[in-house]
Design a protein. Sequence first.
Lengths: 528, 122
Amino acid sequence: MIDCFHMLASPLPPEEAHRLQVLPDLDILDTAPEERFDRITRMVARLFGVPVAMVSVIDAGRQWFKSRVGLPSVQAGGTNAFCAHTILQDGLVVVEDAHCDARFADDPLVTAHGARFYAGCALAAPDGSRIGTVCILDEVPRTLDEDQRALLRDLAGMVADEIAAGELRRAHERRSENDAWLYGLLEHIPDGVLMLDRAGTVICGNPAAEHMFGSDTGGLAGRMACALLGADAALLLDPEHSPDAPPQEGGGRRLDGSAFPIEVKVAPMCLAGQQRYAVIVRDVTRQHELVQRNRATEERRRKHFTTATHELRTPMASILGFSELLLNRDFDLATSRELLDIVHRQAGRLVDLINQLLDLSRIEAGGTDGLAVATVDVAELIDQTLTGLNGLGQNHRIRVELEDGLPAIAADAFKMQQALTNLVSNAIKYSDDGTQIDISTAALRRNAKLMVAIRVADRGIGMTPEQQAHIYDAFYRAGESQNVQGSGLGMTIFKEIIELHGGHADIESRPGAGTAVTLWLPALPDHG
Amino acid sequence: MDKTILVVEDQDDLRLLVRLSLKSLGRIVLASSAAEGLELVRAEKPDLVTLDVWLGKGDSGLDVCRAIKSDPETQHVKVLLLSACGQQSDVEAGLAAGADHYVVKPFSPQSLGEAAAALLAA
């Protein structure tokens, strides 16, 4: 039996570098024995009645045996001279007696292991590269007739087929893995993806696209993309369209007919010789809403600024105008006093306005972070509000009715007093002297939340529904505004403050009957 | 002949200011709302109307101005708009409504008087 063989320098095939590059991709070197090869090797040994048969792969500097009969080692250093010659050519190499062939007589297989007979056929990879041999050895000289030679070639062909089959299987596995990734990607990306044929008919769509257009699974196939995307066919189906072009804005149309804004990107492609279009659709409803909201905020700010400027210019007109008249003309003392009084009053109004505007912008900018929240007792809050009115309302009858055991609230006491002051002073300003103003409190559940209600009711001029709709608008003043002192910002500030506290207000009002505003604030849960 | 000037202004103080500013130019008639202003334009056929742009209750002096200038009976009446809206676009809107002059608040009573005198002389 042949034990092991070490080789002298052997000729190298001309495409050696390429061959060595192909080898690792075949995933055959240094793999475990496989029955599909072993059974062919056993068959070869039996059919030819030889003690040694092998399927060898010739690597750089070694010969490795994928399958072997009569060989104990899985590899040998270098390549024996027989196989080294076999791999140089496509045909069979048959050495009937190595002792009679100068090329092989010195090979260790012959000198050390007693090999006399060799027959081998080059093993071809799927790309045609010769990667190894299928060969047989015997210790006695032998001959092979034509049938036997053809048989060995066929058997070598079967081994090559097995290698090719392995390669195919691996390619298929790689492809399946790729497909799974791609499928998962398409399945889960939030953007809709549609594949269109050359006429613009949807071939398939991913779940995001189906969801976007309100379709069942597979429900988009066969539909015209132009109808779904609200896009011009010529624009959509341009084989020259650059995928780098910026997305087109469009009007998407769901299967139920409803419209929504979309952004569309088209990538023309050629798949299996067919013109196709990949369309990426993004629902931009949210972005549009954001833009519109920002626009509305901007518009509101601009309007607020214009109105504020207007409101500041009005008292300034009185101050500047009357002071100029007083400087340039001679009025009698009474008229002078009257005009000075106007200047003084309007200057005060100007200061009020500036302070209120600053308050409002501070409250808006500070948000809830600007609140110094503490536990506030509602009775105390009302008491301090009334004390802080500084004589305003002294000609009204203000009646306060407090419910017993009222829960406390979590509030910025200073700001909440400011809100309540604005509310009470409105009640005073918009009702006649001598009339009654009722302030009452209650603790009630609203939407399963315990709320404290503070109600301020006057018997004043009241408001129409149209006036009520504008009550929180900056600088809006109901009724005969000119006779009522104020900046027109009181209720705007009131609303900002109570909303920062998680509260809200209800308004009941009728012209001529009066106005009642109920302020609702979340109660603190553990009240004593 | 004595000129008649109609002052349409919803704010008491400013109505007084305009009246004092213009009283040397003629007879002053006062209105505090858009409706009253239009009524007095037709009744008094003034030579000049000074018209506040924001008249309260959502009424606009621009509408009053357009009404004056589109009525053949009153279209010759000179209109001077007085407004706290002082942007270029506001002035353009005022002139587009047919106003003969636009004065931004705050204003100098003397300048207002001069502007009104120029309109009355034209």
